[in-house]
Write a protein that binds this ligand. Structure first.
Ligand code: HEC
Length: 109
């Protein structure tokens, strides 16, 4: 019984994002699996769900900070695969992610 509890605890801890994590850490832990490390969504989920390429200038132009923030906070109204993160991330982390997504459009290469 004890080991089982410890395992559950360890599993839940490993998925936790801490308040002091940088937006890049949060992105890697919570977003990368679908949106890709570079935001281009060249992932299985990205292809299946036709997730837009966040580095695309057109996409950036069409999406205001408010819309991006709303998608992260409340999830996508169009696609349930994009879940709400309001219970998992602080408002500060979500704001930082909006800036991070903006930064994806000009990759430092
Ligand atoms: C389980 C896969 C998955 C994860 C994890 C995920 N997303 Fe998404 N995301 C999606 C899908 C699917 C869409 C829907 C694309 C669409 O609008 O058709 C989406 C849409 C979005 C949109 C809106 C795109 C648009 O064009 O309207 C934003 C912004 C976004 N995600 C940011 C994030 C951020 C930030 C994270 C991490 C905190 C994250 N997503 C984690 C799958 C995921």
């Amino acid at each position: 019984m004890k080991t089982r509890f410890a395992l559950v605890l360890a599993l839940s801890l490993s998925a936790t994002v801490y308040a002091e994590d940088t937006p890049a850490d949060v992105w890697k832990a919570k977003c990368k699996s679908c949106h890709g490390e570079d935001g281009k969504a060249k992932t299985k989920m990205g292809e299946k769900e036709k997730i837009p390429d966040f580095t695309n200038a057109d996409w950036q132009k069409k999406h205001s900070d408010e819309v991006i923030k709303d998608n992260i906070t409340n999830g996508s109204k169009e696609n349930a695969k994009m879940k709400a993160f309001k219970d998992k991330l602080t408002p500060e982390q979500i704001d930082a992610l909006v800036k991070y997504i903006r930064g994806l459009s000009a990759p430092a290469k």
